[in-house]
Design a protein around this ligand. Structure first.
Ligand code: FE2
Ligand code: FE2
Length: 532
């Protein structure tokens, strides 16, 4: 019997996986999962099997960062082949579903010409029948709505595809996660636990509440295998983590954790935007990590459904601390805009609140209001994006994330509604990847390259950002969500130089603000501010 209480070490990386692929928010909804398996995972694996050396060279090329290339140095081809074959066999129904979505789109384009859609129901691919409603917009453009809640209840949502991969990490150097599947290896502890299992909370509670080893291995189902047992033991420690002291002063304390993750503590509550956290290890870049969290995070605010803003790896680890997750509502049923509420509920989050524009939550000393978020979604009809206005006592802080001010009139209207704002956090990633980088697998027919290049995931540039700052007469301006923190390379794949447009444009904004007596900074690493 080993009875001394043990904690989970602060540098144990826990990657959520779906069929060995890094799990992000499009790998929960059945339809987007099906599309990503067929159009992303299988395409990448096929390409690697055919020409591993092309991938080996591409991952070394900084210009190809974040591209569809497997990062195994051209090796382990047999294992990738086995994973591909296994996926084709296990996910045959999802592959059929994915093909049916392509077929349905093609069929609607050909046959739905403005007349009643009723006769067409019989021609819907069998596998999709009863899961879609055929619709026109007011200009007779046909499309379909997916019965998303029903699809989660069907054979298409398979929790057994989900697992967690635990490993020890000691630095920021993580390969880009979205293009390389995780293969079993020495030093990796693979736990086949679906995301909604309560034992996941028990696992992460171990960071602050210790348990005896026997109890831990029992709860994780690690018994017979000596190697696994030893590996698990090496992930645990008798040393308690440093105690966190919650902010109990007057006013507000906010802390920047990197990218779009900011924690606001005020009036005894904690509010965290877009959680993406670093593990705890020695580094040259000082930062707040998982060890700098209160016992309870009252509200997590998710601004939009991009992998750098709703990072499953982080929020699963925080789940046991979170009272409410606040998400933007989707346009029900469209493939490109899956419901974040449903996705997170199926990932085991009990209290998910979906907000629409101007819906508000009351907090002990203020309120959280959802506000429109323009652009940055390649002109796709996507509703799951909101900025949040956090009011705490006398202070108002706007978390605008990647909002792109393509229509300044909107901010004029918003100002009429909410008045001036003290501080704004705004992303200025104004290059932006082209549409296909993120949404490519969802397209059912090829998009012209020039169209693709023109429709980007673009945040505000200098003029657009300046217009927002002027409009709300902000006293403090923080450029954030720039993907610059080195511990986020594995999901961001962004490396800027001083000449990169987002840096040049955000420098201009900071200079502009400072020349007008406005406090301004592009955040990097960590920052703490106390407001009276
Ligand atoms: Fe974004
Ligand atoms: Fe972003």
């Amino acid at each position: 019997m080993q009875t001394e209480p043990l904690y989970l070490r602060g540098n144990i990386q826990v990657e959520p996986l779906v069929d060995q692929w890094y799990a992000w928010s499009h790998l929960l909804p059945p339809a987007t999962t099906a599309r990503n398996i067929s159009e992303r995972h299988l395409t990448i694996m096929d390409s690697y099997i055919a020409a591993p050396q092309i991938h080996e060279n591409a991952v070394k090329n900084p210009r190809m960062l974040g591209g569809p290339f497997i990062d195994y140095g051209g090796k382990r081809v047999d294992e990738i082949k086995a994973l591909r074959d296994d996926t084709i066999q296990k996910r045959s129904r999802l592959l059929e579903l994915s093909k049916a979505l392509t077929d349905l789109d093609a069929f609607l384009r050909m046959k739905a010409k403005g007349f009643s859609l009723q006769p067409l129901y019989q021609e819907i691919p069998e596998i999709l029948r009863g899961y879609v409603e055929l619709v026109y917009d007011l200009n007779n453009h046909p499309s379909f709505k997916l019965m998303e809640p029903l699809m989660y209840r069907s054979e298409f949502y398979d929790r057994s595809a989900q697992s967690l991969m635990l490993s020890l990490t000691s630095g920021d150097d993580r390969p880009f996660a979205l293009s390389t599947p995780r293969l079993e290896d020495e030093g990796l502890l693979h736990l086949r636990i679906p995301f909604d299992e309560p034992v996941i909370d028990e696992l992460f509670k171990l960071k602050s509440q210790p348990k005896p080893f026997d109890e831990i291995k029992e709860m994780l189902g690690i018994n017979g295998n000596v190697q696994q047992r030893e590996l698990l033991r090496s992930f645990l420690t008798e040393t308690p983590p440093p105690k966190y002291v919650p902010y109990d002063g007057p006013g507000v304390r906010w802390r920047y954790f990197g990218h779009a993750c900011v924690m606001v503590e005020t009036g005894g509550i904690a509010i965290m935007s877009d959680p993406v956290l670093s593990y705890t290890y020695e580094s040259d870049v000082s930062r707040y990590t998982y060890s700098d969290l209160p016992d309870t995070i009252d509200y997590v605010l998710v601004t939009h459904n991009h992998q750098d803003h709703v990072l499953l790896e982080t929020i699963l680890q925080l789940r046991h601390k979170i009272k409410y997750v606040v998400v933007p509502r989707s346009t029900a049923g469209s493939l490109q805009d899956p419901s974040l509420e449903l996705a997170l509920k199926h990932a085991g989050f009990k209290n998910v609140i979906g907000l629409d524009q101007f819906e508000e939550l009351t907090t002990p000393n203020g309120a959280i209001t959802a506000l429109p978020f323009l652009g940055e979604h390649c002109d796709l009809n996507i509703n799951a994006k909101m900025a949040y206005l956090v009011k705490a006592g006398a202070h108002s802080i706007l978390f605008a994330a990647d909002s792109c001010n393509i229509e300044p009139k909107l901010y004029e209207h918003l100002h009429d509604e909410i008045g001036d704002v003290d501080a704004i956090f705004l992303g200025m990633e104004c290059n932006g990847a082209p549409l296909t980088w993120l949404y490519g697998p969802l397209l059912t027919h090829r998009i012209d390259r020039a169209m693709d290049e023109s429709r980007r995931l673009t945040g505000s540039n200098f003029e657009q950002a300046r217009d927002i700052v002027d409009r709300f007469r902000c006293k403090e301006v923080y450029v954030y969500a720039m993907g610059q923190e080195p511990w986020l390379n594995y999901v961001m794949s962004i490396k800027y130089t001083e000449r990169s447009k987002p840096i040049v444009e955000s420098n201009r904004l900071v200079e502009y603000c400072r020349s007008r007596g406005i406090i301004a900074e592009r955040l990097f690493g960590e920052k703490e501010i106390l407001l009276p």
